[in-house]
Design a protein around this ligand. Sequence first.
Ligand code: GDD
Ligand code: MN
Length: 380
Amino acid sequence: MDQTTPHFDDAPRMTGAGARPPEIAVILPTFNERQNLPIMIERIGRVLAGEDWEIVIVDDNSPDGTAAVARSLAAEDRRIRCLRRIGRRGLAGACIEGLLASQARYLAVIDADLQHDETLLTAMLAKLRGGDVDLVVASRYCESGRQAGLSKNRARASRWSTMLSRSLLDVELTDPMSGFFMIRSEWVHELAPSLSTQGFKILLDIAASAHGRLRVAELPYVFGARQHGESKLDARVALDFGQLLLAKLTNDAVSFRFLLFCLVGLTGVGVHMIALAILHALAPYSFSVDQSLATVIAIAWNFVFNNAFTYRDQRLTGWGFLGGLLEFEVICAVGAISNVGIANLIFGHENIWWIAGLGGALMGAVWNYAVSAAFVWRAH
Ligand code: GDD
Ligand code: MN
């Protein structure tokens, strides 16, 4: 493989001790970009020639060995650094760590896969230096911005999410999904505690968390097609967006997982009724036996679907699956008992059947969710 190490002849002569931090940092999140990275770094070096810059590569221990490539580039030039994260994944989290790791005044985030037009960095820098802008966003949708590198479905998802962010989160950006922007470091440090490390909508998160306090400028660009490697975001785009939207709208009160958990629970109610109808028609047992069996079946259904979707990132397999199923049955049985107990209690006070029923069901759902999160799908 050809690993060309770029050389920059404008490297400032620094003595190490006493040298000031650079003025601009470019954060490059990478996952399996070993072929793209050297080209990208060379290009950035060319665009920012004459500027006082650094590059922070944040690699999530890519299996293709991107971090080793990054280190060999860093060995040639002190302005290049690599943060190698072990046991963690996620574009937003990687960007946040890279941003916080730099002391530069102006911080840029750009994809390392050559899909973003790095020549924009100069214009972005000029905007921030001008003094009346806090955030500059490279936009595919303003003025002459375009995208050449997105599939039809991705383009549609992108347009929809832009519209939703505008109407629901009050974020006035033409391209809130952009992964290419430059921001003043003070804002990063102020907003960092409220940013989500999950998913990849870091710009939208920044803009939403600032609640309109950021002075924003947008620059049009053309999103290019990928040359090497593949996109990591394709399948998760819509899910990720829903998650962030919910978190921002409810101030992190309702988790997306809990919502999925409740949705699965609703399908479980349907399964319960079908199972009950079949058992009732076929088996010569008493109603309470039929009802108990239907409950066990519905809980198993919920387990399978929660394991497949709600907790797809921590999916249990093999013996873990069986053990998890048993635990889940026990937890949800207790949940069902507390459901009836709470519903009776509310009914005693309010005497309105649907409020009591809803209260009981919600109580059961919260119990099932909280306890199964702690015991069945505990993050390892
Ligand atoms: N460290 C790290 N960890 N980097 C990651 C991860 C991760 O889990 N996932 C992706 N990256 C890096 C990639 O290596 C690449 O440099 C950059 O983040 C963008 O990832 P892609 O997988 O190429 O994303 P995309 O091209 O499909 O999505 C682009 O368009 C979106 C808007 O539709 C990106 O620009 C997104 O940032 C943007 O939101
Ligand atoms: Mn890409």
